[in-house]
Design a protein around this ligand. Structure first.
Ligand code: ATP
Length: 664
């Protein structure tokens, strides 16, 4: 039945049914009153209504969205008018047929013979069916696909902060909201129009056949429909509560299953099972409440629907006996009652879905119209061959999500061409934030970052990022082949170039894989060290002018660390790349040409490893001592502490030295 149980469907199910056309009422649809009201739109409260009324801009944008599809939509609407008109003629035709077969002096309108009338009817129904099919096909337009493509492009150009903080809730806009808007511009619009035709034409035909019976119908059907609408809303609220509880249940299960190792390691099985059971019980209780309410609803509406039909038949019967109307007229009237009732119900569906669509489109346009703070479309190109020093000049920075909290304060830092600078400092001192500024995920609130003497804000962000290589702390591996992962963002790279980059980054593990560079990998199929080397290969393939490296600290075992270090070492020895390394490993720190110690967002010490480690009471020495102690797991024995290294006057030359001293 039309829209039956619509309030109890999930959003996903609703969107899946987006192009499904509700069947036209049939005799069976005499139970139309048992159709609950459509889901009430959150937007249907008066205050929101007023807001939408005050925002015709949203409506205009929504209409503009359908503009490229204007022609097929117009044809589709015309076909809808044709098919609905044919449908609306059915009750009348049935009435006339009944009168024809029950009359002692049968007469066919327009003086047609029975054969001609039958052919005409078959023809009419064929046209109606064809129009209906054409309408359904044409209604399936590219609106949602185009909208999603636009939204995805807009989302990818947004500030990382906006997306990462979930401010825009981009995923739900891309999925749920896009479906809602797409439905409203196609299916809902079509249903709305059909509802208007059904209600108005049905009422007109009823008045034509019998004004008395029509007035009787009008005193019963609208109030019962209205009551059904309100009760339906109550049901929808119950259904929402069940869905929310179900969502909560899913969240708990997802979180626990994805952390199964931790759950098992902490023997938290009973705790997790109890947590889950509580949620399951809640879902069950809500579902029971919903079942009772919907039982009352369907029973009640079915009962009132049947009484309505009975009332109409009773009064209609007296009119037939009095000769005021014919049996055919009464049949037509009953059928039109079904049409009008269904039409009214569809109108409320239309109204709420349009309200929902306005809400969804406001959220969508919020994303589409949002200008990112760092606009990827503006700025001058840098030129791939350009080389130059990177300078942080009195840079102060705070994250947009934490205004007023300075992460960097008056930072000055220079990395010359071909130089490698290691930034060290305690956790939270702002090291990674320096790389984030270098990549222009953010801009400084004061000061500037320059490349080759030019403020990087003058460059086009995409062009600038194309000459900056980045190896993040936790590199991302995309689903695809090893080769496609190394060539990520560099699709034109040849296989030879990819292999050369992999060799340089010590990715020898690739050659041992079943399909070599064509091996399919996912997020979890590589070890931490392998992922880091793959990321280094990815960065090297770009032949970057500037390399921003954020070392991983804990993911690697000694052997992997050695290989990663060796790969980094090759980069450090290269004289063409300006390297800024957020360094954690002593081996990397010792190899960098310059070390910058960061404390509370500003540079406190600068120098070579030897200079800093020999500087009495330096912050660097304290940091290194803490790191060695952490690696050794206990205070270092006398003589191995960096505070004593001025006696040796030498920096560790080999990574092994550091490791050995750490293990001492
Ligand atoms: N996206 C963010 N929004 C708000 N604050 C942030 C954000 N990222 C980092 N911070 C804060 O900025 C400060 C510096 O963080 P940053 O990641 O730069 O430190 P770090 O020195 O690299 O630390 P670690 O060595 O632990 O990686 C910290 O206090 C951190 O909490």
């Amino acid at each position: 039945m039309l829209g039956l149980r619509a309030p109890f469907r999930t959003r996903a199910a609703l969107s899946a049914s987006c192009f499904r056309r509700p069947p036209l009422p049939s005799l069976h649809a005499l139970r139309f009153l048992s159709t609950p009201s459509p889901p009430p739109a959150p937007a249907s409260s008066p205050s929101l209504l007023t807001r939408y009324a005050a925002e015709p801009a949203t409506l205009r944008k929504l209409v503009a969205l359908a503009k490229p599809e204007a022609k097929p939509l117009a044809i589709s609407i015309s076909l809808l008018v044709v098919s609905s008109s044919v449908s609306m003629s059915i009750p009348f035709t049935i009435g006339r047929l009944i009168d024809f077969f029950t009359s002692s002096q049968p007469q066919i309108p327009l003086g047609l013979s029975l054969g001609q009338a039958s052919t005409l009817l078959v023809l009419l129904f064929t046209v109606g069916a064809a129009a209906n099919a054409g309408r359904a096909i044409l209604m399936r337009q590219r609106i949602v696909a185009r909208l999603r493509e636009r939204m995805y492009t807009a989302a990818l150009q947004q500030d990382v902060d906006y997306v990462e903080r979930g401010e825009g809730d981009v995923l739900s806009r891309l999925t749920v909201d896009a479906s809602i808007v797409g439905d409203s511009l196609t299916q809902n619009l079509s249903d709305g129009l059909r509802a208007v035709i059904m209600s108005s034409a049905g009422l007109g035909a009823m008045f034509y056949v019998s004004p008395q019976l029509t007035l009787l119908m009008l005193t019963i059907v609208p109030p019962v429909s209205l009551a059904a609408v309100f009760y339906g809303r109550y049901l929808k609220r119950l259904s929402n509560q069940t869905q929310e509880a179900l969502g909560d249940l899913t969240k708990i299960a997802t979180e626990t299953l994805s952390a199964l190792r931790t759950v098992q390691a902490f023997t938290a099985l009973p705790h997790e099972t109890a947590k889950f059971s509580t949620r399951v019980e809640r879902v069950l209780a809500l579902a029971r409440k919903e079942a009772v309410a919907s039982g009352i609803f369907f029973g009640g509406t079915g009962w009132s629907g049947n009484l309505t039909i009975l009332g109409l038949l009773g009064y209609g019967g007296t009119l037939v006996s009095a000769g005021t109307i014919t049996v055919g007229d009464l049949t037509s009237l009953l059928l039109y009652t079904v049409y009008v009732g269904s039409g009214m119900q569809m109108l409320t569906t239309f109204f709420t879905s349009i309200m929902r669509a306005l809400g969804a489109s406001q959220r969508i346009f919020g994303l589409l119209d949002r200008a990112p703070a760092i606009d990827p479309a503006i700025g001058a190109p840098v030129g791939p061959a350009r080389r130059g020093p990177v300078r942080f000049e009195h840079v102060s920075f705070e994250y947009p999500g934490r205004p007023g909290v300075r992460v960097l304060e008056g930072l000055d830092l220079e990395v010359k061409v071909g130089e490698s600078v290691a930034v060290v400092g305690q956790s939270g001192s702002g090291k990674s934030s320096i790389n984030a500024l270098l990549l222009r995920y953010y801009d400084p609130v004061e000061g500037r970052v320059t490349f080759d003497g030019q403020d990087i804000r003058e460059f086009n962000p995409e062009s600038w990022r194309s000459i900056v290589g980045v190896v993040p702390q936790d590199p991302v591996v995309f689903t695809g082949t090893i080769a496609s992962n190394i060539a990520y963002g560099n699709e034109s790279a040849t296989r030879e170039e990819i292999e050369a980059a992999a060799r340089q980054a010590n990715c020898e593990f690739v050659w041992g894989m079943p399909h070599g560079f064509d091996t399919e990998i996912g997020r979890t199929s590589l070890s931490g060290g392998q992922r880091q080397r793959l990321a280094i290969a990815r960065a090297l393939l770009k032949r970057p002018a500037v390399l921003a490296l954020d070392e991983a600290t804990s993911a690697l075992d000694a052997a992997s660390e050695h290989r990663v270090n060796d790969a980094i070492d090759k980069i450090l020895r290269s004289r063409q790349t300006t390297c800024l390394i957020v360094a954690h490993r002593l081996s990397t720190i010792a190899r960098a040409e310059k070390i910058v110690v960061l404390e509370d967002g500003h540079v406190t010490e600068t120098g070579t490893y030897r200079q800093l480690v020999n500087r009495q009471g330096s912050r660097f020495r304290a940091l290194m001592a803490a790191q060695l102690e952490a690696a050794a797991g206990e205070p270092l024995p006398a003589g191995t502490h960096p505070d004593h290294t001025e006696k040796t006057q030498a920096a560790p030359q080999e990574e092994g030295d550091v490791q050995k001293s750490a293990q001492a």
